[in-house]
Write a protein that binds this ligand. Sequence first.
Ligand code: ADP
Ligand code: MG
Length: 678
Amino acid sequence: MKKELAIFSFNDLLHHFPYRHIDKTKITKIIDLNPAIEYAQLQGKLLYYETTGERNSKRVIAYLKDDTGTMELTWFKGLSWIEKTLKKDEVYTAFGKISFFMGKPQIVHPELELIKQEINGGKNFLEPVYPATEKLKARALGGRQISKLTEALFTILTPKDLPENLPSSFITKLKLLPRFEAYTQIHFPASTAMYEQALRRLKFEELFITQLRLAMIRSERHRKSKGVVFQKVGAFFNNFYNNHLPFQLTGAQKRVLKEIRTDTASGHQMNRLLQGDVGSGKTIVALLAILLAVDNGYQACLMAPTEILAQQHFTSISELLKDLAIGLHLITGSTPASERKYILQSLAEGNLSIIIGTHALIEEVVQFKNLGFVVIDEQHRFGVAQRATLWNKAKTPPHILVMTATPIPRTLAMTAYGDLDYSIMDEMPPGRQPITTVHRYDTRRAQVMDFIRTEIDAGRQVYIIFPLIEESAKLDYEHLMGGYENVKAFFPEPKYWISMVHGRQPSEQKNTNMQRFVKGDTQIMVSTTVIEVGVNVPNASVMVIESAEKFGLSQLHQLRGRVGRGSDKSYCILITGSKFGTEARERIKIMTSTNNGFEIAEKDLELRGPGEIEGTKQSGALNFKLSDIVKDKAILNAAKNYAEEIIVNDPELESADNLQLKQYLMSLQGKTPWSKIS
Ligand code: ADP
Ligand code: MG
C-alpha cells in the first residue's frame, strides 16, 4: 500500500510540470538596480533590522548590504515570525520584485534564504514554479512543497529510471534531447533555451506515442481482424444504381464508395469515418453500401441520433427503394410494442434486411441473424462506447461506417478518431447555389419578417430557430413560445401555417409537426435546435436564427445546412441583440464570410480549443499534459508521419531500433485510456 502510494506520487510529481520558471541564476549588485529591472536576486549581509510604525503601518525593515551598497527589505505581514527568524550579521540571498521608494530600491516581502557563506553566484538552474492541484493539496502539497519534493526526487533519479523510449535514429534526426535529460530540463532548466528543447522533446513524445498507438490499432485491424466479405456487386446494387439513382454521383461520392468497396472485400473489418460537409450527400453513399451488404446476404443497419432524423431517413430510403424487393423497417423509442416484437423477430430470423433507427438499435434485445454493415449517421452525438456496442452484435464484427454531422478539423479527427480509417467528401453536388448569410440586429426584425413573407409568397418554406440556453428548460420554453406568438402575429392563419417543434413535446407530436412541414402543409417551422441535425426539406430557402450570438460555430453551420438543399437561392439570417462579446462577433463574421464547413471547423477549434468540440470531449484522447493540437500542429503532423512510417515498416515493433519503443508501450499497458479502446 505504501509502495503503491510512493509510485503514484513519483509519477505524479514527475509529470506535474512547472508552469513557469524564475531566474535566480544571477546575483545583481545593489548599485546596478534600476527601475527597468522587475525581479532581481541580491546577496549580502544583514546589517540589522527594526520594527517601525503603528498598527496598520507597522512593518519590519531589514538592511541588506553587499560590496556596492545597502538596500531595504520590508515586511508588512507575519511580523512576529520574521522578527524571530532574521539573523543579524548572517549572509542571505534575497529575491523579489524591485520597487523604488523615494529613489531607493527595496523589496517588499522578499524570498529570503540564509546561506552559509557568500557564493558569488546564483543557482545553476531556473527555479520552477508549480501549480498546486486539488489532488496534491489533499496530500498537503502546495506549490512550494512540490518544488522541494521534485528537487529531492531528481537527486535520486538516474537515467535508468527514465529510459529512452524513442528510436535513436529519431533522436539524431530530429535533434531531440534524450528522455532523462528532457525531464530534468523541463523541471530545472539550465536556461530558457534548454527549457524549450525539453518541452519540444516531451511534446513530440506525447503526441508520437498517441499516434503510434492509434496507427497500431488501425494496422492490427487491417492485418488481423476478421471481417465479413462482400464478394460481389449484386442485383440490388446494380438495379438501383442503373435504374433508380435520382442523380449522377459526384466524383467524391464515387471515390468514397470505391474505398468502402475495397475495404469490405478485404476480409478484414472496415472501420471508417466519412467526413463530408453538410449537404455533400453522405446518405446516398451509405445507402449504396447498404445495398452492397444486402447483395452479399448480410443485414445492415443505419443509426441516427434523433427520432426525427431516423424517421426521415426511413421515409426517403423507403421512397428510393420502393421498386426493389428489400425488407426495410424503422425502429425507435416510440415504435408500438406489437410492431416492435415483430421487427425484433424478423431481425433475429434474418427476414429483415435493413433496419433504420435511433439508439434503440443498440439495446440488448436487438439481435441480428447476420449483421454485416452498420452506418452511424451524424457521429457527433455518439460516443466511443456506443460504437463499440454495435460491434458485438455479430460473431464476426460488422463493417462500420461513421458519418460526421459537420466536418472536424484534421488535427482533431486524427487524434479523437485516429483509430478509424478516414474518407473525405470535399465536393458538393452540382447545381447548388451558395447560401447568402447576413447578420441583422433584432431592432430590424420587422424587415426580416417582410423578407420572409416574399419568400413564402414565392412558394418557399422558412425555418426560425430559437436557442436552448440550458440553464432553465422553463425559460427556454417561454422564450420559444414568445417567439412563436411573435411570428404568428406576422403570419396569421389561415393564409400562413406554422409548425412548432421543441424538446418538451411527446415524440409523436414532434413527428406530426415535422411531417407537416416536410410535406409543405406548413410554410414556417419554429423550433429549438432539435431539428439541427440532418433534416432535409429541399423547398426550404430561409434559415432565421434568433439570438445567434448564443450558438457555437459548428451548430450555426449545421443549422444553415438545413437550407440550400434544393436549387433555389437560399438565405441564412443571423439575428442578434446589440450587445455581445468579441468571440460571438468573430463567429458571426466567420459565418457571413464562408460556407465551407472545413474552414469553419478549423476556426471553431481555434476559438474554443479542442476540449470543447462536441463529440470529442468524452474521447479522452485529447487530455494532453503538454501539447495543444492547435498550437502544436506542426509537431503533431510530424509525430503522425513518423508513427505511420514505423508501423508500415515494422508493424509489430520487432526491429532492434524499435525495441525500446515496444518495451515502453508494454510498460504502459493497462494504465491509459487507450487500452480500453483497443
Ligand atoms: P448530408 O451529407 O448532409 O447527409 P444528404 O445526404 O442529406 O447530405 O444530401 C443532401 C441533398 O443532396 C439530398 O437532397 C440529396 O438527395 C442530394 N444529393 C446527394 N447527392 C447528390 C448528387 N450527386 N447530385 C445531386 N443531388 C445530390
Ligand atoms: Mg445527413
